[in-house]
Design a protein around this ligand. Sequence first.
Ligand SMILES: Cc1cc2nc3c(=O)[nH]c(=O)nc-3n(C[C@H](O)[C@H](O)[C@H](O)COP(=O)(O)OP(=O)(O)OC[C@H]3O[C@@H](n4cnc5c(N)ncnc54)[C@H](O)[C@@H]3O)c2cc1C
Length: 254
Amino acid sequence: MSIKIGEFIHPTSVEEALKYKGKPNVMFVAGSTAVGKVESINVKKMVNLLTLPLAFVEKEGNIIRIGATTPLDDVENSPAIKKYLPILIDAVRHVGAWGIKTMATMGGAVATAFPWSDVIPALLVLDASLTISRRGGRLTLSMEEFISKRISMLKSCIIEYIEIEIPQTTNWGFEKYAHSSFDIAMLNIAYLKTEDNLRVAVGARPGIAKRLKNFEKHRDILEGVKEAELKDDARASKWWREQVLSSRLKELVS
Ligand SMILES: Cc1cc2nc3c(=O)[nH]c(=O)nc-3n(C[C@H](O)[C@H](O)[C@H](O)COP(=O)(O)OP(=O)(O)OC[C@H]3O[C@@H](n4cnc5c(N)ncnc54)[C@H](O)[C@@H]3O)c2cc1C
């Protein structure tokens, strides 16, 4: 891998970092764990998002706010998240190796929205919203909206924080199916259940995680499996994914 970086920029405010958005030959990084996927780097400027004041977890009323540069390891060890959002703790606990969690950030996990992400399915069932900044100002949008517009948005935006309303239920679950505890998922499933509401998200389909909104409404197993649009990849077959999802959905509605 060849790496050529002209200058490192360490912005101390989101406004300062935004000045580099949309400029040619500029790369933005937070925990930098996704850099390993790049074959070579040849940029004039590399902007370090970790110097932004966005590493925090705070509670305001029934809302938990997680800053974008908060490392996954800090999320896992946050007393507020342990108490109010245990499903997120469970999802982060399933992320590969410990070393990765000390570097990878919440903002990085959301921005990359890798299909294998363990964080995205949990954020989807938690109905998380994102506050992002661009030169024209701030914007708040749902995780689902962000996922669909992500590629174009990231050209001009910086994710500032994630907000989650504390769910009024203890009936939730996160499951990751992988070849080993270090490996990425072959399938992951998150759910959150209240008396009259069920939310289910499926990741590593092998596409980006999605909510099964028709299934949530009609509770029809076949419809749910179809809605997940499962496919084959090197890690698992479509057939295997369908069997696992179908049996889990059955348990959820029984
Ligand atoms: C070996 C390995 C195993 C892994 N296993 C798992 C796993 O099992 N489960 C799992 O969920 N994850 C796993 N991950 C982590 C995941 O794949 C991503 O690498 C990680 O979430 C990216 O976070 P980061 O902070 O390092 O992002 P970076 O690598 O720093 O950045 C990635 C991209 O996101 C953009 N970005 C970052 N922060 C922001 C922001 N605030 N606003 C706008 N854009 C931003 C950057 O500009 C860049 O384009 C693994 C990673 C590695 C390397």
